[in-house]
Design a protein around this ligand. Structure first.
Ligand SMILES: CC(C)(COP(=O)(O)OP(=O)(O)OC[C@H]1O[C@@H](n2cnc3c(N)ncnc32)[C@H](O)[C@@H]1OP(=O)(O)O)[C@@H](O)C(=O)NCCC(=O)NCCS
Length: 402
């Protein structure tokens, strides 16, 4: 028996259930928080997502500072160590990332023999599982071993994605270029030519803005796996499986599909009206945490989209996106999330739609691994309970009598 009641503390509707239907040995009815909304699952010192004020900070520093001054490598260093690197430390760190970019021949071969119908994000997940076999001891969770694993995973993600992409197109793979930054090198391995500084900076910005975001679904999934004391590769594989869903990382791809379907600024309003009337979700809008405010990452991605469009001499994608943003605010009071503006930006950087989620994964793997390491440091197994609402005390009917 379930009854809907107002939760005064959190101002959300929760469902209180008959206590006999609970797994818990408790005399008190326990509220069910659908989607774990508002539930504080653990402490973390990596990134702070403030839904009330619409801010995001990494290790206490507002993302705006990174968007204006930092590189992806610098951001990764901070996420893992909690400190901003000196110039010497950053050079040494970036050098270690470069040294780990190449992937073993067995992984290169694997990418050529898996079915071409496998999507790039699933190919990446498969390759990460296989990569675990190249560790001396996959289950070794010593902090320094995990730091090395995190660096290897982060360094190799772009190489795996670019190699698989070129392989499925029947093109020769392009080996990593040690002289290029992490972001520029990814574009180089993908397209076979070095990006302009502006394009490389746009990619770097997307990557650093996506590198961590509190207890989002994939990060939480990674922490759940880590909490069983399973290894880092297993936890990252879990995260990859979680990221690709359309309500999470898969939204940017679908957001771009929508923008392409809309096709013109004049068609934006009829399209959005029809979609809302059919109760379809507009991908790239809404957020579990930023409900009353815009996603703080949008400002920087929108500005970069403006700059890239200006450089190309064609403002179409920027104008279309801004038109839809204004429309959604008026019609539904919904704000865009980072996926909405990063979709046309990724498109203009030459990424095919099914590489949008892999790019999200490439950007987010430092965040996942930072959280996995934090989980190991103060581990307690995640094991919530469910409110059982199924049948009880049913008689078993022998098969002959059914
Ligand atoms: C992100 C998301 C999953 C958050 O979901 P949530 O916190 O569970 O929010 P809810 O699904 O309860 O939505 C609350 C209300 O807003 C509406 N809503 C939320 N996002 C919407 C969207 N993108 N388009 C249309 N309506 C939306 C819901 O229909 C619901 O309305 P209702 O109360 O009248 O039924 C949701 O906003 C969504 O599906 N967005 C599109 C996918 C996306 O962009 N994901 C990337 C997230 S970074």
């Amino acid at each position: 028996m379930a009854t809907k009641i107002e939760d005064e503390v959190n101002d959300v509707v929760v469902v209180k259930r008959d206590l006999t239907a609970l797994e818990l040995p408790t005399a008190m009815p326990v509220p069910v928080k659908a989607g774990l909304e508002g539930v504080v699952a653990a402490e973390s010192q990596i990134s702070a997502v403030d839904g009330l004020n619409g801010t995001l900070s990494y290790r206490g520093i507002d993302i705006g500072q990174f968007a204006q001054h930092a590189t992806y490598e610098e951001t990764v260093y901070l996420l893992w160590t909690g400190k901003l690197p000196t110039r010497v430390q950053l050079t040494e760190f970036a050098g270690r990332m470069v040294a780990e970019r190449e992937i073993d021949e067995s992984i290169q071969h694997l990418l050529t023999i898996i079915p071409r119908t496998i999507t790039p994000i699933n190919a990446l997940r498969t390759a990460v599982s296989a990569l675990s076999g190249l560790e001396e001891d996959t289950d070794d969770r010593a902090p320094e071993v995990n730091q090395a694993k995190a660096l290897r995973l982060t360094a190799k993600f772009p190489t795996i994605v670019a190699s698989y992409h070129r392989c499925r197109l029947g093109l020769e793979r392009v080996a990593p270029d040690p002289d290029l930054s992490h972001a520029a090198n990814f574009l180089y391995m993908l397209h076979g030519k070095r990006p302009t500084p502006q394009v490389a900076r746009a990619m770097d910005l997307i990557m650093l803005l996506l590198s961590d975001h509190g207890f989002n679904a994939s990060t939480f999934a990674a922490r759940v796996t880590a909490s069983t004391l399973s290894d880092m590769y297993a936890a990252v594989t879990t995260a990859l499986g979680t990221l690709k869903g359309p309500l999470h990382g898969g939204a940017n791809h679908r957001s771009m599909q929508m923008l392409l379907e809309i096709g013109s600024i004049d068609n934006a309003e009829p399209y959005i009206d029809a979609a809302l009337a059919e109760k379809r979700r507009i991908m790239g809008f809404g957020h579990r945490v930023y409900r009353q405010t815009s996603d703080p990452r949008c400002v920087y991605v929108r500005r970069m989209l403006y700059e890239v469009c200006e450089e190309l001499g064609d403002m179409y994608w920027y104008e279309l996106a801004v038109t839809i943003e204004e429309m959604m605010a008026i019609k539904r009071g919904l704000f865009p999330n980072v996926d909405f503006y990063s979709a046309p930006l990724m498109y203009l950087l030459g990424l095919p739609l099914d590489l949008f989620v892999p790019l999200f994964a490439i950007s987010r793997v430092p965040g996942w691994t930072a959280h996995i390491m934090e989980q190991y440091e103060h581990n307690r197994l995640f094991r919530p309970v469910c409110a059982y609402t199924g049948y009880r005390n049913r008689a078993y009917v022998p098969i002959e009598e059914r």
